[in-house]
Each structure stands twice: as C-alpha cells, then as structure tokens.
Design a protein around this ligand. Structure first.
Ligand code: DGL
Length: 269
C-alpha cells in the first residue's frame, strides 16, 4: 500500500469527533478514515489531566498500529491536555493535528472579531489553552471562557433540539461573562450538534465558530504539503469504540451514509 492510501486516524471521547470526521469526509472524499470513539471514558471533560493524557497516548498508539498516515485529535479536551505528549511519543513520524491551533489561527486572521467567548468542557476551560494561544498571537483580543460541562454528555445521550437542551443552553449562555462577546468558539467537538440552538439563543449578530470545517481545511493543507493526499478511496472507513452505545451507532449512521463497520476495541485490558 502506498503512503497516500493509508488512512487518517481520528479520535474523540465519543460522537463529537464525528462532526470533524464528517467535515473531512466531505472535503476529502478520497480519504479512508479510521475513527476511535472512547465511549467507555466519556466524558473526558471531567477527568484529570493525567487520565486524558493516558487515553490520548493509548489511542494514538492504536492509530499508529493501524498504519495511519496522520492523526487528528478531534476533541478539544484531548487537544488541550494530550497533544504535547502525543507529539513527543510520535516524534514527527506522522503529522498530529489538534482542533485548537487551526481555530486560533482563524480567529486571529478575522480582524472583525474582538471579544471572543469560549465554551468547552471543564478540563479544556481549566487548561486556559484558548485564551493563552489567542493572546500569545494577539494580546489585544478579549477572551471570556466558560465551562459548560452538561453539554457534551447531554449531546452524547441524544438530548438536543428539545426543551431540556434549550433550558440548559439558555442557562449557560445567559451568564454575564458572555454578554458582550461578538464571537463564540464552540470549543468542544460535540457542540456543532447544537449550533442551531445556540444561534437561536442570540437575538443579535454573533459569529459562532465551529471548528469542524476549519480543521478539515487544515488537514487538507497539511496532507497536501506533505504529498499525502489520497488519489482515490481504496477502503471503507472503520469505526472503533471502547464501549458499545446506541447513540454512537445512531450518530455514525446519520453522518456517514455508507454501511458502517463498528467494532468494539478495548485498549485497556
Ligand atoms: N468532544 C470533546 C471535546 O471536544 C469532549 C467531550 C467530553 O468527553 O467531555 O472536548
């Protein structure tokens, strides 16, 4: 198998990363994807940094063993806490792409955006990674970060577009610190699934940044630069989970119209 035909490995704690996988699949239909959803450990957002690093390294090694030509950490929590260790482990053998850097670059290059709100899991917000990376590149920007820990488990359980999700979303977004933002970063890959509900909350003009497409464009750029873009699809996508959940299967079928091959994989035996 030539290098270009090898798959892109993608992982998240659950269904959130499927929003990124879907965007990559749409933009780069020739690419085979190998997706790992760590459903046994979902939510990552409430775990310790050590646990998140450990899961990221284990999954990264698994994707390396599958001969992936690149790895996309399709999870903000694992990108905040596991990216550096994973990079050290992989030693530049293949590109590792996180969801944070491309989004930060996008914010910096859009001059209109001045007051940036960031919502994400407890672990992502506690790491302060968005505020730090944005301010490193553009000190003058104002960044307000808010942990919204109920959102990812709510979405993973299939609770969206209903009264329960609306009440929870409204209660988080009405917090004073988000009152003045002109852009809201959905710093959790689960949140694009409630993007419509989030925009419905705002009665004013606000940019809602969902990193899925931004990251897909970035993956294309990286693969193209390294001459790693596939010329044609040679194999079906593969989906692995660390625990079977009906919502994972349902969401995968929703995003990927082709026949889904879902396999249980316990990396923690
Ligand atoms: N989708 C993940 C993220 O982007 C994590 C959600 C969770 O497991 O807490 O942060």
């Amino acid at each position: 198998m030539s290098k270009t035909e090898q798959a892109i490995g993608i992982f998240d704690s659950g269904i959130g990363g499927l929003t990124v996988a879907n965007a990559i699949n749409t933009l780069l239909p020739n690419e085979q994807l190998i997706y790992f959803g760590d459903t046994a450990h979902m939510p990552y957002g409430d775990k310790s940094p050590e646990a998140i690093k450990y899961y990221s390294l284990k999954i990264g090694q698994f994707l390396m063993d599958q001969n992936c030509k690149a790895i996309v950490i399709a999870c903000n929590t694992a990108s905040s806490l596991g990216y550096d260790d994973l990079n050290t482990m992989i030693k530049g053998k293949i590109p590792i792409i996180n969801v944070i850097d491309p989004t930060v670059d996008y914010i910096i290059s859009h001059k209109k955006l001045k007051n940036i709100g960031v919502i994400g899991t407890k672990a992502t917000i506690k790491s302060n990674v968005y505020a730090r990376k944005i301010k490193e590149k553009k000190e003058a920007l104002n960044v307000e970060s808010l942990a919204t820990p109920l959102l990812a488990p709510m979405i993973e359980e299939g609770f969206f577009n209903n009264n329960i999700s609306k009440t929870i979303i409204n209660s988080y977004l009405s917090k004073t610190k988000l009152k003045k933002v002109d852009a809201l970063v959905l710093a959790c890959t689960h949140y694009p699934l409630i993007k419509k509900e989030i925009s419905e909350f705002y009665e004013r003009d606000i940019t809602i940044l969902d990193s899925a497409e931004i990251v897909a464009e970035y993956v294309k750029k990286v693969l193209s630069k390294k001459n790693l873009l596939a010329k044609k699809r040679t194999a079906q996508h593969k989906f692995y989970v660390s625990d079977f959940t009906s919502s994972f299967e349902k969401s995968t079928k929703l995003f990927f119209k082709e026949k889904i091959h879902l396999e249980l994989m316990n990396l923690w035996k």
